[in-house]
Design a protein around this ligand. Sequence first.
Ligand code: C2E
Ligand code: MG
Ligand code: MG
Length: 848
Amino acid sequence: MARRPAGAREQQQGHPGAGGGVNDSALRRKLAEAEAALQAANAALEVERNRFRALFDAVPDPVSILDWEGTVLDLNKAGIAAYNRPRGEIVGKNIDILNPDLPRDHLAPVWEVLNRGGTYVVEVTNMRADGTRFPVEVHSAGFDDGGETRIVAVARDLSKRHEAEVRYRELMEVIDKGILVRKADGRVAYANPAAMRILRIPKGASLVEELALDHWRIFDEHGKELDDQELPSFRALRTGTISPSTVLGFLNLATRRLIWLSITSVPQFAPGQDHPQQVLSLFSDVTAFKRDITLFDRVQDLAHVGGWEWDANSEHVYLTGEAQRMLGLARTSASISELQACLRETERKRFHDALTRAVEHGEGFEMDLQGIRADGHTLWIRIIGESEAADPTGTRLTGTFQDITETKQAEETLRVQARTDPLTMLLNRDAVLEELEARLSDPSHSDVAVLYIDLDRFKVVNDVLGHAAGDQVIASAARRIQRAVATEGLIARFGGDEFLVVCLTGDDPERPQRLAAAILEAFGDAFRMAGEEFTITASIGIARAPEHGDRPQLLIQNADVAMYDSKRRARNGWQDFSQALADQQQQRLQMETHLRRAVDNREFKLVYQPQVELLTGRIVGAEALIRWRNDTLGEMRPDHFIGHAENTGDIVRIGGWVLREACQQMRRWRDEGLPIERVAVNVSYRQFLAEDLAETVAEALASAGLPGDALELEFTERVLIEDAPDTLTTFAGLRMLGVLLSIDDFGEGYSALNYLRRLPIHGLKLSQQFLEGVPHNTSDVAICQAVAGIAQSLGLGLVAEGIESDAQRQFLIRLGVKIGQGFLFAPGLTPEELALRIARHAPTRAHA
Ligand code: C2E
Ligand code: MG
Ligand code: MG
């Protein structure tokens, strides 16, 4: 295309001047014609040349015409401007002037291509007049210029493109995303520094080697191993489409390091191609993020806490995986009504109201609700919700779901445990008090009765068979009571061997008595324990509300009073609380109040019942018996108040006073010269339990200046039954003092004879209970004989008490009993009376 003008220029240049004639006019005409033609031709040529020049100069890129040696024959305006030199400095010079960096024979490959008819394209650096360089892409083509082959070279300035490329490259270098270019054949062609850093490829290491796929194992987000071909870059290459962001795990087999990457792959096409020529993968390291998410999921899973988010403008609630699992929903997106359907019907409104308040007033909420999963499984959920502070619309609520089923169950178990007696699984004391309180304060249920049940002689079972057997007895007694009461009342274990039954009486006024009879009946069969059979009975007291009290404590206390009364009369029975009992109770309280102050008020005195030689009637000693005179209550026998004093513990102080008083009296008698060997004092089991008895006794003796053998202590078998830890030590201490120890009312107690061998005792007192029937009642006679035999064979002294007739005295003498006391000889006497009696027996004094 560019040949004609160049050729034209040659032609034109080849006609500097044309002329010469043959025939004048014809010639002139011809000449004129020729001239005109020539002028026309020249004009046409000029037009042509101008058009070419204009065209040549109009090309925006530098265009030069070269001869075969590289001499510049012509250069257009753009070239002159680009090289910034006058035309004259270039035309006629070798092209070297424009690109001095080219090798000598740089035209050789050009000609080679041109000769084949091709276009030679090369990037070179050209130089301006001032020596500055700029990159160009030169397209060279050959053309025939009037027989000479010339080169037309079009140079395109690449400065702009280079700048863009440099910027692009810089961007790749500094961007924090990893960039990896893979060629169509899968080979890695480029990795930017971020990619090297993220993939931990050491500087200078071979990319191809480090990134070879057999150095890595690849996993999807859920940990499933993937095939190489499933990599996003390969997929993009295969499909020619962008593979959207995917999270993959890359395990480097050499370092065993696992990196999680979020990758996007973009295929790149060469112009006019329909297959990608390469793929560019952009990725970032999400290992920490992924770890946090994994941990977050794990924590949710372990803590049974799920999250939820709800925009009140939409029906949809977003749930985390754990929340979804907890509620048994199929998807992590649920509608608000689906969510409500996971709650018990009764709870739905509460939840709905809380949501409404949260949306309308921005109130946060926390509530425990009962839920039902789709599979019917029930659970407890703690739901927390609040409006999201960062949400400008204020309609977005977020919160948590927590599965608190186990906690709730544990709480329930604890609550049950706290109310249950572990041995019998019945309600315990606190629980029954609570239940009774609830019933008494509910007007529709306040007609209730309380049965107070106490096992008879349970203490003996415990002592003889041991505590484990005792527990078994309690447990089986509980079962019997349960069978008897069935569903007619609440049953509780109230104390050691005490049970309570609470029943309603509104519908059936006779129910308490009927239940009492059924319970006693249930105790009719013998208990079997370790191959042994024995009978245990119960005593029951009944009190009803409101007549016998409208408060739990009072009602129970009155039932206890009735039970105690029943036990006192005859065991194995039941007794209603009554006004008479209430009065007794009142009296008892009154008595206890007075009793507390009696020692200080000097209301006690002692009388002394002589103990005599049965054969001679000689007084050898005396038993001190307490008497109480109170201004309000009048004269009181010890049988009436000792038990109360023992219950309240006042007996300890009272007993101390008795000991000191008896010793002082003994001192006075001795000082008067009365031949009395010793004084006997009754000691309560409570004194054994409560204090150092030996010390009190020692002090009483010392302050009266008496030797130990001037004192005898009487105690009942109860002391042994209580079996306090210090009992043996106390006995030993008393023994050291030299005092005499005897068991009072022997045979009335619990007949555990073992202790007789264990304890350092001196004597027994034969209970007057057995003497009553003597000498006619054969079993009483037999018991007296047995007791006498025991005393004799164990080498213990024996004193008979309650001798009222001479027949009894004769009987005892025959039995070998030496000493006795009773109304036959004397009742309790004042010290003066006793002294008189002894004096009257003066003749025997000489024998003393
Ligand atoms: P005890 O130790 O067995 O005392 C004998 C009781 O029988 C005395 O009753 C006495 O008055 C009574 N008695 C004596 N001879 C006869 C008789 O021939 N026929 C009848 N039916 N009874 C007779 P008392 O004084 O009422 O004492 C009752 C119980 O009170 C005593 O029984 C003793 O266990 C207790 N007691 C008395 N004084 C004290 C004391 O100072 N301290 C303690 N802890 N208990 C005492
Ligand atoms: Mg006595
Ligand atoms: Mg007695």
